[in-house]
Design a protein around this ligand. Structure first.
Ligand SMILES: [Zn+2]
Length: 393
């Protein structure tokens, strides 16, 4: 079984499924594997920014309620231009305690375990349904999950979509039931360009952007008060967090900058409306007098771009899946994740997701990404154990 696990993972790593590429060849490979192991499969075609992408839905067992969905994403973050690589990101490397390659931790390792578990599974023993949902474009805003949630009913037809969802994102086999929402957007400041020797004729967009950032900084400070309710779930940051991650503006030091753009991501506590802070930023920037220190003659225009939203997750505790995962992983605590997942969309669709997977978060998105062999190899059995406990009776 372990040989097959490595074979599948080697194939998966070799497909370049960076989010901006089509995942179709890799998803077709997974569909072909699961079909060979007796699953009904459906490739859900979507188009993201002009690129054809696939989600995969595979199911087996009797069409009853109370089944289980096991889910993961197939896309990876980019590696080209990322400093620090001294291996081929698309070639599976196995040495000593570790298995190397882009996606081994996040999260092709888990997908390979799912396929290996499907191969070993006695489908006739399923008394309740098992569904695999493998998604596209998770790393760029959970876009595959968003569209698959809307289509799931018509894809599965009479087959009831399971309420419980297990997402194998890298948590070092810790069980996590919550994450914050994520909102991402750009702010553009448009000024009036000109010669820096004649400031009265222009408006420097960078100067106004600085004042906009100051206003956003005040909001950030106000929101940094810890919430007692989330102290235990997010001990590292039990409050809303905000990051201005990019900024670009101007073309030369002696030209009045005509434009300045900056990119913001924030994460709100899961019980808050995700767009509340976005609206507050819109309000505060609209109230700001967008003048340039160098000249009061003109005003800049501040435009807050459309937000991309990943919904939060705050799944109810003590489900059958939670008990089974705690037992299979030998852990006791259930906490919150620092990252967003497809689970936000699944939760919005009425499902109850939990996050628990073999990789270690510190390996995700890193150069020379790798996964511990022991964590990888034990995953297939964990998946089989969970299926047996939840679906064999
Ligand atoms: Zn991931």
């Amino acid at each position: 079984m372990s040989a097959y696990l490595y074979q599948v993972l080697e194939r998966l790593v070799a497909f370049d499924t960076v989010s901006s590429n089509s995942d179709a060849p890799a998803m077709e490979f997974l569909a072909e594997r699961l079909a060979a192991h007796g699953f009904k499969v459906h490739l859900h075609r979507i188009n993201i920014a002009g690129i054809p992408q696939l989600n995969l839905i595979a199911w087996a067992g009797p069409p009853r309620p109370d089944g289980l969905t096991i889910s993961g994403h197939l896309d990876t973050v980019p590696f080209a231009g990322q400093p620090g690589w001294n291996r081929d990101p698309l070639k599976l490397g196995v040495d000593g305690e570790r298995v190397w390659g882009r996606g081994t931790t996040d999260m092709k390792g888990f997908l390979a375990e799912c396929v290996a578990a499907a191969a070993a599974l006695e489908l006739r023993a399923l008394k309740r349904p098992l569904v695999f949902i493998f998604t596209s474009n998770e790393e760029v805003g959970c876009l595959g999950a968003e569209s698959v949630c809307g289509a799931l009913g018509s894809i599965l037809g009479e087959f009831p979509a399971p309420r419980l969802v297990w997402i194998g994102e890298p948590t070092s086999w810790q069980v996590q039931h919550a994450h914050k929402s994520i909102v991402l957007f750009e702010v553009t400041v448009r000024g009036v360009g000109g010669h820096s020797g004649a400031p009265a004729q222009g408006v420097n967009a960078i100067a106004v952007a600085g004042r906009a950032l100051e206003a956003i900084g005040h909001l950030q400070a106000e929101r940094s008060r810890p919430s007692g309710k989330f102290m235990r779930i997010f001990p590292d940051a039990p409050y809303d967090v905000l990051n201005v991650g990019t900024i670009a503006g101007g073309i030369a030091a002696n030209i009045i900058a005509e434009q300045c753009r900056f990119g913001i991501t924030y994460r709100s506590l899961p019980d808050a409306e995700p767009l509340e802070i976005y609206r507050e930023i819109q309000r505060r920037l609209a109230a700001l007098d967008p003048y340039d220190y160098a000249s009061r003659n003109h005003r800049a225009a501040i435009e807050v771009g459309p937000p991309m939203v990943v919904p939060p997750l705050l799944a109810p505790r003590d489900t059958e899946l939670e008990r089974a995962l705690l037992e299979a992983t030998g852990t006791h605590a259930v906490g919150g994740a620092l990252f967003g997942t497809d689970g936000g969309w699944f939760a919005r669709a009425g499902m109850v997701p939990l996050i628990c997977g073999p990789g270690d978060l510190e390996q995700a998105h890193k150069p020379n990404e790798n996964i511990r062999r022991a964590a990888l190899e034990s995953g297939t059995d964990k998946i089989l154990k969970i299926i047996e406990r939840l679906l064999f009776h």
